[in-house]
Design a protein around this ligand. Structure first.
Ligand SMILES: [Zn+2]
Length: 478
């Protein structure tokens, strides 16, 4: 029988949680040195980092138990007490929370669900802002974050932007519709914190944005990778060379790019700029989680740091969800240690990667995701027993010279019942398609081990991506 929530314990555990967060909020206002915003948190030993995580975790479990009905029910169901989750070593006792579980809770308790550790009184006191998941699976889910969260968010993301080399003297053009997607708001919150100028790029089309770039000379653009390609091409069509613009850094988020070499290189070349990336999810926000550093791109591969004093990152096996050791491939799981309203305990974010705790050449000791991130497990395409990511198909398509930025993956069931894939690409030589079909098919066979039909279209046939690319159209009969 679940015990009732008790107001004194609610308040006491909340106060202890917030006091613990404040203890480890170092170098809040400004960077401590040019290389590293908070060396005390970012270049400390792995043992010191674990001590920070353990102190936060020991305050987090009682806070969740007393304040979140979703987590309280889970503790009771699992027969666990908050005192059972005190250190990082205790985490495997707590089975990962997945999207399906959170969606079921939200469906039962619309519109927000019961995962949050806030009562309506606390929400009203704090103030809040709502974000939503992009809804790649199921209906978009909504999340509120408090003003306290926003302060931690702006600080952690400022540390990430500093790591990427974004500094005073830069001007950032934020290219988004400013809808309820967390990425661009997180970047803007950090820029305010850092005192770096922001040009809001919402509410205008690509031509207007190209004019903003020409007139106001931002040195950084922040957007999805698909949009950075689209905008660059639009500028070329207008006779403006994006590579000759003032833009020197492209901050991408919302879809994978750093881990897809051909896309990252295409962006870098189009804009003559460096590509850096935010990685994260709405559930374990408000922080970005993953962030690039000056050493992220190396000849032997790319990597992304994960901010370990504000989140604990683990990998689990995709089948049985047991922990996967550093150095092995698995799915990302995040415990969010710096949020009052959404302090998730072992949320299955679900991107495949490999973690490496060896110190980075940049001096940071925070774990790195090798190869960065190339897609969520949810996006995996199953075709005739073969599994592949849209990112692998993207690599194959981009490997062939002259192919346009847009492409489409169409899955269908033939009359004889066989599931088939067609990859639709654009090429100026569409009238003589045979050689291009041969090349793209060859790349798909060698990279994805799949046979697919290839259709070559005239340039500008496929719809242009304005925000997040929707590459896969699945018309298969289930
Ligand atoms: Zn680094």
């Amino acid at each position: 029988m679940a015990t009732q929530l008790n107001e004194t314990r609610q308040n006491d555990t909340r106060a202890h949680w917030l006091a613990t967060l404040a203890t480890y909020r170092k170098d809040f206002d400004a960077p401590s040195n040019p290389r590293c915003w908070s060396p005390a948190l970012e270049t400390c030993s792995r043992d010191e980092l674990a001590a920070v995580q353990n102190a936060k975790l020991a305050a987090l479990a009682p806070f969740l138990y007393e304040n979140s009905p979703f987590y309280r029910r889970r503790f009771d169901r699992l027969g666990l007490l908050p005192s059972d989750i005190r250190t990082v070593e205790d985490l495997p006792k707590w089975p990962v929370v997945d999207k399906a579980e959170m969606m079921a809770d939200a469906a039962e308790h619309p519109p927000y669900g019961t995962y949050t550790a806030m009562t309506e009184d606390v929400w009203a006191e704090r103030g809040w802002m709502m974000f939503s998941s992009s809804g790649s699976t199921g209906a978009p889910r909504v999340f509120r974050y408090s003003q306290i969260d926003r302060e931690y968010w702006s600080w952690a993301n400022a540390r990430a932007l500093h790591s990427m080399g974004i500094r005073k003297g830069d001007t950032v053009l934020a290219l988004a519709g400013f809808g309820p997607h967390v990425f661009i708001w997180g970047a803007v919150a950090a820029l305010f914190h850092m005192g770096i100028p922001v040009l809001p790029g919402g509410g205008m089309d690509a031509k207007a944005r190209a004019n903003v770039i020409a007139r106001f000379k931002p040195t950084v653009i922040a957007c999805t990778p698909s949009y950075a390609l689209y905008l660059g091409r639009t500028m070329q069509d207008l006779g403006i060379d994006p590579a000759a613009s003032a833009v020197r850094t492209i901050l991408v988020g919302g879809e994978p790019a750093m881990g897809i070499d051909a896309t990252r290189e295409r962006l870098a070349e189009l804009w003559d700029a460096r590509v850096v990336e935010f990685y994260g999810c709405t559930e374990a926000s408000p922080h970005c989680g993953g962030y690039s550093c000056a050493e992220s791109v190396q000849p032997d591969g790319v990597s992304s740091h994960l901010m370990e004093d504000v989140q604990i990152w683990e990998l689990v096996d995709p089948e049985d969800r047991t922990p996967v050791a550093f150095g092995e491939r698995g799915l990302t799981v995040c415990t969010c240690l710096n949020s009052e309203s959404s302090p998730q305990l072992r949320f299955l974010v679900g991107d495949y990667t490999t973690l490496d705790a060896a110190p980075c050449a940049c001096g940071r000791t925070h774990v790195r995701a090798l190869g960065a991130f190339t897609g969520r497990a949810d996006d995996l395409i199953f075709l005739r027993g073969i599994k592949m990511f849209p990112a692998q198909i993207e690599q194959a398509v981009r490997a062939v010279p002259g192919i346009g930025d847009e492409f489409e993956i169409v899955l269908a069931t033939r009359d004889d019942g066989l599931d088939v894939m067609t990859v639709r690409v654009e090429h100026a030589q569409h009238a003589q398609a045979a050689a291009i079909i041969e090349q793209v098919s060859g790349e798909l066979r060698s990279r994805c081990e799949v046979r697919a039909a290839v259709e070559v279209l005239a340039p500008n046939t496929l719809a242009k991506t304005e925000f997040k690319a929707k590459r896969v159209r699945d018309h298969r009969k289930k």
